[in-house]
Design a protein around this ligand. Sequence first.
Ligand code: BG6
Ligand code: MG
Length: 220
Amino acid sequence: MTPPATTAVIFDLDGVLVDTAQSHLAAWRRIASELGFTFGDRVGESLKGVARETALDLILTAGGVTLSPEDAAAAASRKNGYYTDQLRHLDQASLLPGALASLRWLRENGVPVALGSASRNARTILNSTGIADLFDAVVDGNVVRRAKPDPTVFLVAAEKLGIAPEHCLVLEDAIAGVEAGIRAGCRVVGVGEPDVLTAAEFVVPDLSALDWPTLIGRPE
Ligand code: BG6
Ligand code: MG
């Protein structure tokens, strides 16, 4: 059976368009260190794509630490402070390879584009990197609270674009994000390591490796 034509694109933000995944990780490592433990790369990988509170639960589990709801809220807020300190240095140079060229190609070719991110800092990042105007719809952690791997963020993005999910291509760097895109019924291309993003249709190291003319408008 020939797959449906791809007519719209939904980008994840952190780690796909902008080099912020490392800043999230560094902020979580600082919180772990304050709480007296460290965590490994596998736990670090699992923090990608998931909501801030979920990420905190994951590191606390890894460190065998239990916090009261008040202390957990304070740790999540402190982490966001460390993270947003890093965002003050963001500019267009912080975009990952191929991000700006991809967004521009899609805009020039009339392809609807949405953002589908778990982050509540997404608007700040889009503005400081100068790409906010290149999206037809922005769905972030302020719009959808049910975070990846729940498919809602991509279902809402597709709906806002007015395109059926099976005609949308999702770009994701997170295991949870790939799963969310698949559960939404979208095509999902991974950005990162093939041995990590095993469920993706295929995986590229960054967006500059994508050949947009062959990805878009594939005939039915
Ligand atoms: C995702 C990141 O984009 O946003 C996660 O991959 C992060 O690591 C999540 O936890 C929530 O981000 P924020 O900016 O709202 O804390
Ligand atoms: Mg990501």
